[in-house]
Design a protein around this ligand. Structure first.
Ligand SMILES: [Zn+2]
Length: 426
């Protein structure tokens, strides 16, 4: 038997044992058992290429961050009802509060968890998204989660610890690098000083350098993000900011994206007048929608955009598929994110598998793994393999796509892949 046959056999075993179809319909419930299978271990050991679509603000191990916060006497959690300034279960380092003055409603986090150990699970749950969250208010609820850990993660000493650990874990998960979306959230230091936007990028670079001491091939790149739904007049200033940052960090900051609910009433056509003449590369979330009126993939093609986040609803417009193929547009498909944000109740109905079989330039990513409780990339790859009737050769091609024809990385990946195949045959 070759590796392809071994994997297919293991898949059959798993799928025939999954009588409740949890893998297709509620992967979070299926994951604990899945992670204990031979196939999971195989996917975990597989080389992974680059993670092309992860938001830095939600790409980490949530438990690690909460436990890190609990090591300090200077962290607080907001346990009073939500206000405009503070979410329920929001965490913060003391240096986040102006003049270190902790407002009412916030209590020392460590003491609170010592007094009531069940609070730890409440915090973890409030920072996560599961199928129960899916309703017509999913986007406001989803976006609120980001507020709950930003005042911990952006405390610079924590930020360095968190991402040194996370990038190392990514490398151990087999990734060669990551392209992080980031929204220039400002870091703050021990004195409470809010640092300039360059400090954010410099800090990521510093962390990358440290991680490369152990994993010399591992690289990080950033994509600067703004928000969908903002007035178009506000975009040129952000584009100009992105341009100055790209000039300062050439090759390190790749381009400009706009994030948020695509069906907020302002589509790419609305932003086209400013995006069309932009002096920076545009990389755009598009097609993360089931709204019958959402034509963002078409508008992205019209704008000459070469790389889009998701592209999920392309199947609604079969006439565009040839254009997507010819243009070489990369689709950064995020299957598990799509299920947890309510776009695909049954993963077998996700169009990603068809896009791969049609030879489109598909990559697979986790989007916001901290919130979804998934790994950096293994879970998304494995579920795609289980639910889309793919071959291992398909998975290999998807991973190669993430290397964007970089000769050195491709050679490294192919040699890792040979080692991987040899190891599965042992
Ligand atoms: Zn995204």
């Amino acid at each position: 038997m070759n590796t392809e046959q071994i994997a297919a056999g293991l898949r059959n075993e798993i799928l025939s044992a999954d009588r409740d179809k949890l893998i297709f319909n509620d992967f979070q419930k299926a994951l604990p058992a899945l992670r204990d299978t031979e196939l999971y271990r195989m996917f975990r050991a597989m080389p992974k290429g680059r993670l092309m679509h992860g938001h830095i603000e939600a790409t980490f191990d949530l438990r690690y961050v909460v436990e890190l916060a609990l090591t300090s006497n200077d962290t607080y959690v907001h346990l009073a009802p939500e206000t405009a300034d503070a979410r329920y279960c929001q965490m913060a380092h003391k240096a986040w509060f102006p003049n270190f003055e902790v407002p009412g409603g916030w209590v020392p986090m460590r003491e609170a968890v010592q007094k009531d150990p069940s609070l730890l699970d409440t915090i973890l749950k409030m920072c996560s998204s599961d199928k129960e969250n899916i309703d017509e208010n999913i986007w406001p609820k989803f976006e609120a989660i980001f507020d709950r850990f930003k005042a911990i993660n952006n405390y610079r000493p924590f930020f360095v610890k968190i991402y040194t650990e996370m990038l190392s874990r990514m490398a151990r998960e087999g990734l060669l690098g990551v392209d992080f979306r980031y929204i220039s959230q400002s870091l703050f230091d021990e004195t409470g000083r809010v640092l300039p936007p360059e400090a954010y990028v410099d800090t990521v670079k510093e962390i990358e350098a440290k991680v490369r001491e152990q994993y010399p091939w591992f690289t990080v790149r950033l994509i600067y993000c703004y928000y969908k739904g903002v007035p178009v007049e506000s975009v040129p200033e952000r584009l100009e900011f992105a341009r100055t940052m790209i000039e300062k960090y050439p090759g390190y900051i790749l381009g400009f994206d706009m994030v948020g609910d695509e069906d907020c009433g302002k589509d790419l056509m609305y932003y086209a007048p400013v995006l069309r003449n932009a002096s920076v590369p545009i990389i755009m979330h598009a097609g993360e929608s089931v709204d019958p009126d959402n034509r963002n993939v078409e508008y992205a093609l019209d704008l000459g955009i070469k790389r889009i986040g998701h592209g999920m609803n392309l199947y609604r417009y079969p006439e565009l598929i040839e254009r997507v193929r010819e243009s070489g547009m990369m689709l950064e498909v995020c299957p598990l994110s799509n299920q947890l944000l309510g776009y695909v109740p049954d993963l077998t109905k996700h169009p990603g598998g068809d896009y791969i079989r049609k030879g489109l330039n598909v990559t697979i990513s986790s989007d916001d793994c901290a919130i979804f409780g998934t790994s950096f990339i293994t879970d998304d790859l494995l579920l795609a393999y289980l639910c889309w009737d793919l071959t291992l050769a398909d998975i290999k091609r998807v991973l190669l796509n993430s290397l964007q024809d970089d000769k050195q990385l491709t050679a490294l990946f192919l040699s890792q892949w040979s080692d991987f195949e040899r190891a599965t045959l042992r």
